[in-house]
Ligand binder design. Structure first.
Ligand code: FAD
Length: 264
């Protein structure tokens, strides 16, 4: 709100109203509100812009250009990557078109191997994305479904001012951590990904939560508050073992002087 944005939840655009000169003068919402305006921006998602390819002999298209696991289209030696590519078979829990730039980057690497003769299947890895909404950092790693799922427990902490939030999802049955969602706080991709890959227990994650934090120096660390919330909800008495700092992160990830044959 302090950026001058009036976000209206739970409603949609109903009508764009002409100002009498052929330009927009206002809109109405399905909740019945009228908002005076001179400009309307519609952001209704993205879809591959591939109409110019329709009718190309031998090229199979669906919503996107169909590609196999090696990103090869139905034409020999022709690959498709990025927003326009549609995997014939999506990974479990994933979409067959993932229109984000990390996907394009990873697909680019994969296709380079294949063009150079090393058959490498595309592996999207653990889902992640990041963005910045005005000055609010946002990251998601792993499984953070909009409406949760059965068996998925969630630890949700929000700063009193409402501009910082951390959600950590984990299996209710065995505590294995599945996903992270951060708003207004920066958590390291590599650290969160490793915790998810290694099926780390939520309590192990919480006690070492400082490893993930890479907010700028002197920013307040909220990890003690998150542990306190977990303790309050579960009756446990966990203590934060690891605060923010680069050295322990390098050790944890096996980087820098901690690099071993395995992490090379
Ligand atoms: C508003 C917005 C915000 C976004 N925010 C994020 C974000 O925060 N994080 C994230 O990961 N992703 C984000 N994305 C998605 C990200 O931008 C795309 O996934 C990424 O740019 C896709 O790269 P690409 O190379 O596949 O396609 P594009 O970047 O779309 O490149 C395709 C190019 O092909 C050109 N082209 C099209 N048709 C033809 C033709 N017939 N002949 C020649 N050239 C042609 C186009 O002009 C374009 O330059 C956002 C996208 C939008 C629109």
């Amino acid at each position: 709100k302090h950026h001058g944005i009036n976000l209206q939840e739970g409603t949609e655009l109903a009508e764009i109203i002409d100002d009498g000169t052929g330009a927009v003068g206002a809109i109405t919402t399905k909740a019945g509100d009228r908002i005076e305006c001179q400009y309307v921006g519609l952001t209704a998602g993205v879809r591959p812009n591939i109409d110019f390819l329709r009718g190309t002999a031998g090229l199979e298209l669906d919503r996107g250009i169909l590609v196999n696991d090696y990103l090869l289209t139905s034409l020999p030696n022709v690959y498709a990557i990025g927003d326009c590519a549609q995997l014939r078979e999506a990974r479990p829990g994933r979409r067959n078109i993932e229109a984000i730039w990390y996907t394009g980057r990873m697909m680019g690497e994969t296709v380079a191997y294949n063009i150079l003769g090393e058959a490498v299947a595309y592996d999207p890895g653990i889902w992640f994305n990041s963005a910045k909404f005005l000055d609010i950092e946002y990251q998601v790693y792993g499984e953070v479904p909009a409406k949760g799922r059965d068996g998925l427990a969630t630890l949700y902490w929000e700063h009193a001012k409402g501009e910082k939030a951390i959600r950590i999802n984990y299996e209710a049955s065995d505590g294995v951590v599945r996903g992270f969602n951060l708003m207004g706080i920066r958590y390291r991709h590599e650290v969160c990904e490793r915790w998810i890959k290694q099926a780390t227990h939520i309590e192990e994650v919480l006690q070492n939560l400082g490893l993930a934090n890479f907010d700028p120096e002197f920013y307040t660390e909220y990890e003690p508050d998150i542990i306190a919330l977990y303790n309050q909800q579960t009756g446990k008495n966990l203590q934060l073992k690891q605060r923010r700092g680069l050295e322990p992160v390098l050790r944890f990830l096996g980087l820098g002087k901690y690099r071993t044959q395995a992490t090379r």
